[in-house]
Design a protein around this ligand. Structure first.
Ligand code: GTP
Ligand code: MG
Length: 138
């Protein structure tokens, strides 16, 4: 059984979509084993997204992530990383398949409603960034 990290972004919490998005994750066979609402600081956003710091959109991305509440979650399931990426859909909602979270809810490539880890190593790091092992209840 695999774990991945998921985040419901400020554009989605603002529109009260936490439940709707979580339901799509659960319907895909993923289980929420940790969850909390966080309004991160600009510095936390910069640390969390440090891998993107050379990208031209880094400032825009981190300001957006610090602009309102997010919901950070640990998801568990068979092939949880790949399954979560599948239900999220493509980064740009214009390219996202029917039935995905981003097709349903994302507003733009930046305000795209969800984040999900892309590999086992990043899943581990991203989970540890937000959660202590004792707060994950499988
Ligand atoms: P994440 O799950 O959020 O990591 O999405 P991803 O893996 O599909 O995309 P990627 O890691 O390439 O980019 C990380 C995040 O940066 C995306 O989810 C977007 O929110 C944001 N991003 C990517 N490209 C752009 C862009 O051109 N402009 C802006 N404003 N944001 C972007
Ligand atoms: Mg990514």
């Amino acid at each position: 059984i695999e774990r991945t990290f998921s985040m419901i972004k400020p554009d989605a919490t603002k529109r009260n979509l936490t439940g709707a998005i979580t339901k799509m994750l659960e319907d895909a066979g993923l289980r929420v084993v940790a969850s909390k609402r966080v309004h991160m600081s600009q510095r936390e956003a910069e640390a969390f997204y440090a891998v993107h710091k050379e990208r031209p959109f880094f400032g825009e991305l981190t300001e957006f992530m610090a602009s309102g509440p997010t919901v950070v979650q640990v998801l568990e399931g068979e092939n949880a990383i790949a399954k979560n990426r599948e239900v999220m859909g493509a980064t740009n909602p214009v390219d996202a398949d029917e039935g995905t979270i981003r097709k349903a809810f994302a507003q733009s490539i930046g305000e795209n409603s969800v984040h999900g880890s892309d590999a086992p190593e990043t899943a581990k790091e991203e989970i540890a960034f937000w959660f202590a092992e004792k707060d994950i209840v499988g």
